[in-house]
Design a protein around this ligand. Structure first.
Ligand SMILES: O=P(O)(O)O[C@@H]1C[C@H](O)[C@@H](CO)O1
Ligand code: HPA
Length: 306
């Protein structure tokens, strides 16, 4: 075993040992951890020589209760590199604490992962975006973090990181640049970069909230920031990719001064959004993202990225 387990809290040790004992030598240490967002399960399909665990069997893991999140942890080889992949993640709105949501990230760090690839499905706020676009996260605004649900609240586990971590470079610039190279090599031309707004969910935003969010960010979702916060705390280099699964409705709700007849005469169609739509777009685009993530892993290997 390459780390001194006596320095780690018991709940982390139990989880680490459970997984470690079941892994072949070539997967007992990994370079990269990947988290699949809603509908993006197939990101794991390119991983070879896999060993798969059900979340329900892993000590300390929550279970996935959301459609489009398979609930499997996959260790394996991607582009000649040992990786671990969460096929489905945990969300705060499922009733898990921010600490529980991000627990796996520290486990991945214990397994040696330095690079953390976070993917998510998100609503587009920036008018220059379209459904289906991939957005490299440049920075985030986390409503969870500043409303008292920062995952680092509680006793600081100093084996992982410092009490007051800076958040000035959470999303690593070099990784983001290399991701643009990977996308170009995969002939993907719709790559954007933007600020991700993290909400607790599960309700989607109102139009008024959406207009407000559009003044401070480009995409809005319900995940990623807790994992990025914890990854940053324990010294991981983080990259986040959002898939725009829907454009968020920002039009004001109906005026009180218009009669139902006037509204009907304008052929008004009420806007809507559903998780089924989110998953469908995720499924359609997972293949593209899968290819880019594989190429990205290959580029990291070529660059000896540590
Ligand atoms: O896990 P992600 O962030 O990809 O999932 C998004 C946010 C909500 O969980 C869900 C809303 O449709 O999709
Ligand atoms: O429009 C959205 N809002 C919040 N979270 C989301 N996840 C996918 N789409 C959305």
């Amino acid at each position: 075993m390459s780390i001194d387990l006596s320095k780690f809290p018991d709940n982390y040790v139990n989880c680490y040992k459970y997984l470690y004992d079941k892994l072949p030598n070539e997967l007992k240490s990994v370079k990269m951890a990947i988290v699949c967002g809603s509908g993006l399960n197939n990101l794991a399909d390119k991983i070879k020589n896999t060993v798969t665990f059900d979340y329900k069997d892993i000590p300390g893991f929550a279970v996935s209760t959301v459609a489009g999140h398979r609930g499997k942890l996959v260790f394996g080889i991607l582009a000649n590199s040992p990786v671990v992949c969460m096929v489905g993640r945990f969300h705060f709105y499922e009733g898990h604490s921010a600490q529980k949501v991000s627990f796996p990230i520290r486990i991945f760090r214990m397994f040696g992962a330095k690079v953390l690839v976070l993917t998510n499905a998100a609503g587009g706020l920036n008018p220059n975006y379209n459904t289906g676009d991939l957005v490299i996260i440049r920075d985030h605004v986390s409503f969870l973090n500043f409303t008292g649900s920062n995952p680092l609240i509680g006793q600081n586990e100093s084996i992982f990181g410092e009490r007051f971590p800076p958040m000035l470079n959470v999303y690593n610039h070099h990784l983001r640049y290399l991701f643009t190279q990977a996308a170009a090599q995969c002939n993907y031309t719709n790559l954007k970069e933007g600020t991700y707004i993290c909400l607790s969910g599960p309700s989607y935003e109102t139009p008024a909230e959406a207009r407000f969010f559009s003044t401070i960010g480009d995409v809005v979702g319900m995940s990623t920031a807790p994992e990025a916060t914890v990854g940053n705390h324990c010294g991981m280099q983080v990259i986040g990719i959002s898939l725009v699964t829907n454009m968020v409705n920002q039009k004001p709700t109906l005026s009180s001064f218009k009669s139902p007849e006037e509204i009907a005469a304008q052929n008004y169609e009420a806007p809507t959004i559903s998780h089924a739509e989110v998953i469908e777009v995720g499924n359609q685009k997972a293949k593209i993202l899968e290819g880019i993530v594989e190429k990205f892993t290959e580029i990291l290997e070529q660059n000896n990225f540590e």
